[in-house]
Every structure is written in C-alpha cells, then in structure tokens.
Design a protein. Sequence first.
Length: 532
Amino acid sequence: MWREAEGLSAILDNTFNALQQAAREYKPVIAWRETGTVKSLANGIAWIEGLPGAELEELVQFTDDLAGIVFNLDDKEVGVVLLGDNPDLEAGAQVQRTGRVADVPVGEGLLGRVIDPLGKPLDDKGPLAGKKRLPIEREAPRIMDRSPITVPLQTGIKVIDALIPIGRGQRQLILGDRQTGKTAIAVDTIINQRDTGVICVYCGIGQRGASLAGLIAELTDRGALDYTVVVIAEGNEPPGLRYIAPYAATAIGEYFMEQGRDVLIVYDDLTNHATTYREISLLLRRPPGREAYPGDIFYIHSRLLERSTQLRGESGGGSLTALPIIQTEAQNISAYIPTNLISITDGQLYLSPNLFQKGMLPAVDVGKSVSRVGGKAQIKAYRSVAGDLKLAYSQFEELEIFSRFGTRLDDQTRRILEHGHRIRSCLKQPRYQPLTVEQQITLLLALTARLFDEIPLDHLPVLEQAVIQTAAEMPQEIRERILTGKILTEQDRDIILAMLKRRFAGWEVNDGTNAGYSATEDKERNGTSVGS
C-alpha cells in the first residue's frame, strides 16, 4: 500500500515541476493599442490628446478607411495630417496608433495603372496585383552605393538631346511660367522610352482632373501607359494626400531601381507640393519664414530628390532619373522655391514664354538651360555634329538684338544671322513626335554643315522631313557605331553628307510658292516624292 502511495506522490511531484517550468516559460501576449481622442479638426488637420507614445511620421488610424500621419509632437497634444476626408469625423472620436509608417504597394502589377498616393486604384481595372509594400519615406542610397552617370536618357527632343543632354540617374529640373509646355516635355520623354526598357512613373500633384484625364488618354493612345505608373493627387484632394504623393511615387520607382532596372520619374509639379507643405505647416502653427514657407522647405525637397541616382553594379545597377517640374511667376527664376530646387538638381531646362509666343516649340531657352551631368553621358556622335551649335546659336541671339536697330550689316554678320535662323527653325519640334538618335544625328549634321543655309525658311520644314527620311538609308555599321556610343569618324561623316547632298541636289524652289523634288529626281527615287 505504501508503495502505491509513493508512486502517486512521484507522479504528483513531476506534474507540479512541469507546471512550474511551464509557468516560468509562459509569456502572456496582450493585444493592446494606444488610443487617443480627437480634440479638434480643421482643414485636413486633427489635434489628438492621449497618444503619449506617438512617434514622428507614424501612421494613426481614425476609421477603417481614414488614416493620418503624425506631424507635430507637442507636450499635451499631437498634430496629425489626415490622409483622406470623412465628413462624419468629429471631435471626441477615437484614434489608435499603428506602430508603422505610411507605405504604398509596389511591383509589376502597378504598370499601366492609375492609383492614389495610398495605392488605391483609380482606373476601374480592379484590385492591384501583388502584396509587397514599401514605406513612402526611405533613406537615400549611400554615396558608396552610387556610380557615375554614363548612360544617356534620350528624350527624343532635338534641342535637349543635342544641347542639354540628360543622363540616367540625373535630376533635371524643368521650370517656366504656366502654359509654356513643361508637362509636354515630360510626356514626350515618357513616350520616347517605349522599347528602351525604362519604367516611367508620373506623379501629378495638385493638378486639375481634366488635365490629368487628357494626359492619361494621351499615354494610352501612344502605348506609353503599358510601362508607366500614374500616381495622382488632384487639387481638390486633402493636403495630406498631395503632400505624400511624390514620396509614394518615389518608393514605387525605387522598387524597380533596386531590381536593376532604369526608371524615369516625373514630379508635376513641386510648386504645388511646396504650397501644400506651407498650408499644412501654417495650420499646424509652425513658424513661417520667407514667403510664409516653413524653414525646412528646402529639406523636404532635397531628401526627396536625393533618392534619384545611378546605383553601382554591386548594389543592383539600376537608376532613378528625376524630372521635377516647377512653375515660375513672371519669368522670375530667382524666387525662393526655384532657387532652392535649382541648387538641389543637376541642371535645369528653362522654358521661355517669349519663345512660346513666337511659336518656338519646345520653348527651351538654350542660354538659361544647363546640364551639369548629361554631357558625360551623351552619345559621342552628338559632340561631333553639335559641338559648336550652342555657341553659334548664342552668337546669333546676341546679333539678332542689334540687327533690329536697322544698322548696316557686313556679309559675315549676315551669314551668322542666316545660319542662326536655320538653327532656330531646326530646333523646333511638334509635340508627341520624338526622333530617334539616327534621325537627330542626320538632321544636326546637315545643319552644322550649312546645307540648309541656301534654303528659304518657308520651305525648311518640308526639307527637314526629307532629311529625317534619309536617316533610314544610313548604313547599318554606322548606325551601330552611333548607338553603341562610339565616335563618328570622318569617313562616317563623309558617307552621311554624301547621302544628304544627293537628297539636296534635287531640291527645287519655284517662285516661293512650291518646294520639292523635280520630276527627274522623283523618278530616280523610285517614285518616292517628298514635297509640299
């Protein structure tokens, strides 16, 4: 009997020891969230009481479909910028911390889609494919992870590719007064990336819905939406969405860059973004500075644009090229926001309203535009056919001013003016008609060889089209040398010039009313006629 009691006692001891061990190892998991109360609301800003552990830029949740970002951390309250609009939200409502920052979906499933800065589809094409998300605010790549910019980003626009070239990984500012064609340059550049493998991200900040709808329709019609992600925060959206839009778009572009791909991102425009940030800061009672902008307006744009770069091969080898757009007032490029962004970026394209009114489109002011990086990335053939073009054009513009006074001009000055007029005419380009590298090289070579100087200006556009068609006759070996970045040899130049001179030989101008090739030349060209 006593043996049975002893065995039972041992069992009880073992059970007790096991329970003690389990109690020591047990770690209770308590699901809890820090909760606060909305104190007041005003124009997309909420003041919250009772979130002592909230962190800067943390995401807080008001309802299932309404969140906000912590912007101000005061002693007794927290300032939150709302990322949406809910008319039912009022003082006294509950708000919870999420413990994470705002993020956005990324991946191949976004190509061809139109979304808002939170990743919600706006195009009626169903839910987004893929579940990976990235924070909208990320650190810029380290200096050691970056490499020099050596590969060109072709825009298809003659005046840019020849005189103000852009490289992959560069930050090239586009600025000018309203209605001077800033967005048109960005859209043409996106269209020109077809079949190049470059992913494009267009970020519309504070634009009108009608303008954005037209832009999306244009990208769709030209087959450019297939490789483009469109991120939109319209002008009537809450300021919080407009503020995070460029950061969300950059996170999407960074995903592809980190996969080793080349990305082009357009911010249209950062003037509206700066205005939005000023609005938010003043509502949060932050001290105003110059032109009522907060003191960190420079910082918010610099930390955004510093994320654009060319990565080293060890870091993936991708690139993120930025085309930020800003709007000037009365051609004042020395205003606060323009000078801030000029100092951040690697060059600028300035669009002049005077050139726009004269019909010089795109209205790029060559004298005030510069690329601090792109020259090293430019295809070498451009340098041999357009090396002195910028200087010749600048000389022409100066002499043109003096010639307006009616002074007598010597023959040399007249030749400079005549050549300058043809440079200006050749740099014109219709919208949505990008040119290939071979077409641009052929046209620029004809221009620098002064083959256009004897052609009346009225007939120059027709002859330009004939010259562009001549590019299709270029020998394959010359085309390959151009596209692989090799120097255009004297022999190559002579071959192309011989083709051009044959094209020019049959050109006739009859009493200023008709221009084209003679019937004999047309017959020699197998019935192909290029005339007015």
